[in-house]
Write a protein that binds this ligand. Structure first.
Ligand code: SF4
Length: 55
């Protein structure tokens, strides 16, 4: 998921999408959702990389 942060907004995927999807924007929204979802579960995914904290 965090590879999304490497997106350079080059537009290559966007120009080739047969559905006209704004893929770079969608990917970034999905990453934000992923981080919020993890936070709601008590997981700071930015620190753990997705692994739950040991208590
Ligand atoms: S715009 Fe699309 S093809 Fe370009 S870097 Fe971002 S995800 Fe990759």
């Amino acid at each position: 998921m965090f590879k999304i942060k490497n997106c350079k907004d080059c537009g290559s995927c966007k120009s080739r999408c047969p559905y006209g999807l704004d893929i770079p924007s969608i990917l970034k929204e999905m990453l934000d959702d992923y981080i919020r979802f993890a936070e709601n579960l008590g997981i700071n995914i930015l620190e753990t990389g997705g692994r739950k904290h040991e208590k």
